[in-house]
Design a protein around this ligand. Structure first.
Ligand code: C2E
Ligand code: MG
Ligand code: MG
Ligand code: MG
Length: 283
């Protein structure tokens, strides 16, 4: 009897595994088709300059309009895309779309166009020898000037192979684009890479901003990081600013760039464009 029970359990387990595998394969296939079917969407989140009091940049964030499950946030498909290598194609699509959108905006409404758009790149790109060529291609076909493009890489990416990473990033910087360290402070990494790896922008992770109000120790820490960034000649952008109190604290600390729900949520690119080019919709 014990043996039968074990066998039944095994079959239940096997069926479940089978089901999960099919779901995964199904999702993988649909994600693979998503790019070609035009199901990816470019959302933009504004980056705000504290002193000027206006939007000066925008971050490109991918969404997937899945015909079965509706609009998907990156958390639900980026991990699979990274595992399968599909992330390369997705990031390339976003890169091109982001460059095209900002260029169009500059031509149509130069006074309201953000000065830059930033695009997230997954770690896998750094293993591709044609990364710089591809970025150059995106700039050339859209006509966007390299100074208007920022590439965001997470801190953990920087830590991989310092020699390879810094060589690749240096190539990109010679093209004229800027490099940002995304989610700064979450990678449990040594600060030593800031010495060896050429970067221009430091994006302070949202976890440092959450709970900032009323936590003196955290405020000292954030203030010190902002100083560190400025001392190294970097732009510092605080991520995840959700209310006026956080914004005020960051302003006092001398942080010049902020991004977060308080300043604007990610929204379809054309929606942000329309919002910023139509003064009547501001209030
Ligand atoms: P990230 O690059 O750090 O982007 C910031 C994330 O924080 C976005 O989530 C944004 O919606 C969210 N966020 C912004 N302000 C606030 C706030 O005030 N409060 C809170 N709670 N959240 C805020 P999203 O769009 O879900 O993207 C998550 C992550 O997925 C991104 O983190 C990035 O690592 C990745 N990702 C997004 N788009 C792409 C892409 O095109 N390519 C790659 N490789 N990764 C991407
Ligand atoms: Mg980012
Ligand atoms: Mg981030
Ligand atoms: Mg992130």
């Amino acid at each position: 009897a014990a043996k039968d029970l074990g066998k039944n359990r095994f079959m239940v387990f096997e069926n479940r595994m089978h089901e999960q595998l099919l779901t995964r394969l199904d999702q993988e296939n649909r994600l693979r088709e998503a790019v070609h079917r035009g199901e990816l969407r470019l959302h933009l989140q504004p980056v705000f300059a504290v002193q000027e009091g206006r939007v000066v940049g925008a971050e490109a964030l991918v969404r997937w309009q899945d015909p079965f499950r509706g609009l998907q946030q990156p958390g639900s498909f980026i991990p699979l895309a990274e595992e399968t290598g599909m992330i390369i194609e997705i990031d390339r699509w976003i890169l091109l779309e982001a460059c095209r959108t900002l260029r169009h905006w500059q031509v149509e409404s130069p006074w309201t166009a953000p000065a830059w758009v930033s695009v997230n790149l997954s770690a896998a790109h750094l293993d591709l020898p044609d990364l710089t060529d591809h970025v150059a291609y995106a700039l050339a076909t859209t006509g966007l000037s390299p100074q208007c493009l920022v590439l965001e890489l997470t801190e953990t990416v920087m830590m991989r192979d310092v020699a390879v990473t810094s060589a690749r990033l240096q190539e990109l910087r010679e093209l004229g684009v800027r490099i940002a360290i995304d989610d700064f402070g979450t990678g449990y990494s040594s600060l030593g890479y800031l010495r060896d790896i050429p970067v221009d922008v430091l994006k302070l992770d949202r976890s440092f901003i959450t709970g900032l109000v009323g936590n003196g120790r955290q405020q000292e820490l954030v203030s010190a990081i902002v100083q560190l960034g400025h001392t190294l000649g970097l732009r510092v952008v605080a991520e995840g600013v959700e209310d006026a109190d956080e914004l005020n604290l960051l302003t006092v600390m001398g942080c010049k760039f902020v991004q977060g729900y308080h300043l604007g949520r990610p929204e379809p690119a054309h929606q942000l464009y329309e919002r910023l080019t139509t003064p009547a919709l501001h209030s």
